[in-house]
Design a protein around this ligand. Structure first.
Ligand SMILES: Cc1ncc(C[n+]2csc(CCOP(=O)(O)OP(=O)(O)O)c2C)c(N)n1
Ligand SMILES: [Mg+2]
Length: 330
């Protein structure tokens, strides 16, 4: 069924919310308000929103170190996420985890992971649990092109295929693993082609096109829900900022990129601009409405910023809480 006007506009809102959130925290990081660091996904919003829009309410996601977009696309509370990024007690791990340890169990967001590639196996394991419980849910696991070169990729996808678990593996191929260009790290840059080794469907989609991502993930999700097993989706994308907010601020933090590459993608392949133009072409958006939506999404961030900045720091005596789960806690 084609996406309705309302659904498409909501997808646009989500993409713009992610953009404002990550532009906002980049400014906070410059002011020294973000403990540690964080990895923004500016330029990759269509992957997060396209993929998450294809899920049903009870489905699970597992994310990576570059996770804000995935959480916001899945409907996590922007205030709680921002508070966590700023290390505040009102954050999702009480301010103790920061940008790389986000979760929202009420929305089946089982967590993010600073260990590159670790989430692939967790996504397969969650798929196995779903299959054993026969709940009809699915699990979507995000990971990057760099992660796809770790052993966990083979282990995770192979077992998921053998056990036919309801997991959709989504690789955001932003063409770099830190400073390593993907073309220097892969014998074959087509990650989706590896799916055939596991006898699962592989799709390679334009990750700047939110609808293309949605359609690929939707068909993989339908297949998983029917009991036909996992799929691999590779979304070709690009990060318009440095690897991390800290690297972006360092002189030479982007020297590994060819001159003009970032400007070219920003001018011609920015997913937010592309989707805005598409919605205008469809007659769903004009400049006035686009301005209103932009202001709405900026306000969401500004309100979250007030909440997070006025929240307390975690109390020192909480440093050792939540290290072990209490028996019986689910
Ligand atoms: C196991 C492991 N090795 C190395 C790192 C350091 N590291 C953090 S992010 C990153 C790059 C990951 O690239 P990719 O999977 O493509 O994700 P992207 O950063 O492009 O979103 C690396 C090497 C790590 N966190 N974990
Ligand atoms: Mg990458």
């Amino acid at each position: 069924m084609p996406l309705t006007k309302e659904a498409l506009l909501n997808m646009y809102r989500r993409m713009l919310t992610i953009r404002h959130f990550e532009e906002g925290i980049t400014e906070f990081a410059k002011q020294g308000l973000v403990p540690g660091t964080g990895h923004v996904s500016i330029g990759e919003e269509a992957v997060a929103v396209g993929a998450c829009s294809a899920l049903a309410d009870g489905d699970y996601i597992i994310s990576t170190h570059r996770a804000h977009g995935h959480l916001l696309a899945r409907g996590a509370d922007i205030k709680v996420i921002l508070a966590e990024v700023l290390g505040k007690a009102t954050g999702c791990t009480g301010g103790k985890g920061g940008s790389m340890h986000l979760s929202d169990f009420s929305r089946q967001i089982l967590g993010t992971n600073g260990i590159v590639g670790a989430g692939i196996n967790i996504a397969g394991g969650v798929g196995l649990a779903i299959k054993m419980r026969q709940t009809g849910q699915i699990c979507l696991g995000f990971f990057g092109d760099g992660a796809a070169n770790r052993g966990t990729f083979h282990e995770g996808l192979n077992l998921a295929a053998v056990w036919k678990v309801p997991t959709v593996f989504v690789c955001t191929n932003n063409q770099y693993g830190l400073s390593m260009p993907q073309c220097k790290a892969c014998g074959n840059i087509d990650i989706s082609a590896r799916a055939s080794a596991y006898d699962m469907p592989g799709y390679r989609v334009d990750g700047t096109d939110v609808i293309a991502v949605y359609e690929a993930v939707k068909s993989a999700a339908d297949r998983a829900r029917k009991g036909d097993g996992p799929s691999l989706i590779e979304a070709i994308s690009f990060r318009l900022r440095g690897h991390s907010m800290r690297m972006d601020q360092m002189p030479g933090g982007n020297v590994y990129r060819p001159e003009g590459e970032i400007d070219d993608w920003a001018a011609n392949k920015d997913p937010v601009k592309i989707f805005r133009a598409k919605l205008k072409e469809l007659g769903y958006l004009d400049d006035k409405k686009a301005g209103q939506i932009d202001a709405e999404c900026q306000k969401l961030f500004d309100d979250a910023a007030d909440f997070a900045r006025n929240s307390p720091e975690p109390a020192p005596e909480t440093a050792f809480t939540w290290i072990y789960a209490k028996e019986g806690v689910k």
